[in-house]
Ligand binder design. Structure first.
Ligand SMILES: *[C@@H]1O[C@H](CO)[C@@H](O)[C@H](O)[C@H]1NC(C)=O
Ligand SMILES: *[C@@H]1O[C@H](CO)[C@@H](O)[C@H](O)[C@H]1NC(C)=O
Ligand SMILES: *[C@@H]1O[C@H](CO)[C@@H](O)[C@H](O)[C@H]1NC(C)=O
Ligand SMILES: *[C@@H]1O[C@H](CO)[C@@H](O)[C@H](O)[C@H]1NC(C)=O
Ligand SMILES: *[C@@H]1O[C@H](CO)[C@@H](O)[C@H](O)[C@H]1NC(C)=O
Ligand SMILES: *[C@@H]1O[C@H](CO)[C@@H](O)[C@H](O)[C@H]1NC(C)=O
Length: 406
């Protein structure tokens, strides 16, 4: 007899879960985490091999055919932004139009290359795992890409569109509150979005935020990219070539270390003439001959000044135990145009540990509640989960599928 009772209970639970429905998921990518398309109608190019015109939009981001020697120079020339220090905004170069394809569709954030080449695998493993437990792409898995070259000040329309996407997704999923599943800078975008919304709206529409590798307090890596560039972990790309595009991105200035998490006594860039701390960024960018980097920092600083909680349930997942740049050290006798040694500390290989763990601050008590208004803040530190590889880490996939069934 007891066994019959148990199975009745079991059936009841399954029915209850089905009628409540799985929380639909909106995927928000990080820096570089979505497809980009460009259309050209240029009057001049940097090499004779560069195309001046294109009949239509074509995939430009992580298109392996474009990331080869010489052609990469055309790529840089098309994707770099021009900063206007009067309007304090950026624009595409003359004759180039860049757009982000597939709003709402998860495909452009699952695969960075529309041909689904493995090198551009992004949210695909997580989406596949969600499908296995009953999710349906385009219905209960949606994608929210944005122009990751830009910071929130130039992505105002993203926050408006995201609110509509959340509401539509809630409605088409039988009024089920939505989970925001975010990676890296997508976490900072989601945090800004949630701060813009009123608490009753969040209580109704947002089930939870699951963040992977979010740089809540910035990363010294951004300084490193301004100084010497980044090869995106690829053996075929040269840092110095990529840098020409990277240093034009306001999002990189937004990701610089936050004064809330770095003390003025800590040296970020060391030379024998001057040691630069978080308070010396203006001097640093002047000395590096990157005046626009300082202007873009000023434009984006407003988003790093307060660290108020999102006001929704948080699952903060991050890696540690991987050497992560903490300081740039220029040899005595060399200057900022030399090549520094990268001194490492703990983190996920891209983001410093103090920034990844900053979410834990929201769990702190304030009077009878917590800084997060009593909403749970769980963190899941994972040894050796690298910043990008975390997207395909079995521990993360198991955690997400478990949480999503609750
Ligand atoms: C929608 O949810 C309600 C209760 O929350 C439930 O009664 C109904 O069966 C659900 N409908 C569908 C199509 O899942
Ligand atoms: C391309 O730009 C030229 C001006 O440089 C303009 O006259 C022409 O209409 C443009 N073509 C298209 C297809 O936009
Ligand atoms: C804007 O940039 C120009 C050209 O680089 C420079 O001469 C000027 O001083 C800058 N103005 C401001 C307000 O930063
Ligand atoms: C999702 O929707 C887009 C746009 O309507 C469509 O191109 C794509 O094939 C759909 N994906 C799936 C898996 O149905
Ligand atoms: C910068 O810091 C290093 C290490 O602490 C020290 O050896 C060096 O003298 C400092 N340089 C200056 C200019 O203060
Ligand atoms: C940290 O990484 C080292 C290799 O870099 C490894 O030997 C060690 O086991 C790791 N620690 C943990 C807690 O996984």
């Amino acid at each position: 007899m007891p066994s019959i009772k148990i199975s009745f209970l079991f059936i009841y639970c399954i029915l209850a879960q089905n009628s409540l429905g799985l929380s639909p998921v909106i995927l928000i990518p990080g820096d570089g985490g979505s497809q980009l398309e460009a259309k050209l109608n240029k009057t001049s190019v940097v090499h004779y091999i560069c195309a001046k015109t294109s009949t239509d939009y074509f995939n430009i981001w992580l298109n392996l055919e474009l990331l080869v020697p010489f052609v990469i120079d055309c790529w840089v020339d098309n994707l770099k932004l021009e900063y206007d220090n009067v309007t304090r905004t950026t624009r595409d170069p003359e004759g180039v139009s860049v757009r982000i394809p597939g709003w709402g569709n998860p495909e452009p954030v699952e695969w960075l290359d529309p041909s689904h080449d493995k090198t551009g695998a992004y949210f695909n493993s997580i989406a596949d795992a969600l499908v296995k437990i009953g999710y349906v792409r385009n219905v209960s898995i949606k994608g929210a890409p944005y122009d990751f070259r830009k910071a929130p000040n130039e992505n105002a329309d993203f926050f408006v569109k995201l609110k509509t996407l959340v509401e539509e997704t809630y409605t088409t999923n039988n009024k089920t509150a939505v989970t925001l599943l975010v990676h890296s800078m997508g976490g900072s975008m989601a945090l800004h979005f949630l701060r813009l919304q009123k608490q009753p709206w969040k209580d109704q529409y947002i089930r939870r935020l699951i963040s992977l590798s979010a740089p809540w307090g910035g990363a010294v890596k951004a300084l490193k990219v301004f100084a010497i560039g980044d090869d995106l972990g690829s053996l075929i790309l040269r840092e110095s070539v990529m840098r020409a595009e990277q240093i034009t991105c306001p999002s990189l200035a937004w990701l610089l270390p936050s004064p809330l998490f770095w003390k003025p006594a800590e040296v970020l860039v060391q030379t024998d003439k001057f040691n630069y701390t978080i308070n010396d960024l203006q001097k640093l960018f002047t000395d590096m001959d990157l005046p626009n980097a300082w202007e873009m920092r000023k434009d984006t600083e407003q988003y790093t000044r307060d660290f108020s909680a999102p006001g929704v349930e948080v699952h903060c997942v991050y890696g540690y135990n991987i050497s992560t740049v903490e300081r740039l050290v220029y040899k005595p006798g060399t200057w900022l145009d030399g090549y520094p040694t990268l001194s490492g500390g703990d983190g996920d290989g891209t983001v410093n540990l103090r920034s990844l763990t900053a979410c834990e601050h929201w769990a702190k008590r304030r009077g009878r509640s917590t800084l997060n208004g009593g909403k749970p803040v769980k963190s899941l530190p994972l040894a050796n989960a690298e910043h990008l590889k975390i997207l395909h880490d079995q521990r993360v996939i198991d955690y997400i599928t478990t949480v999503m069934k609750i």
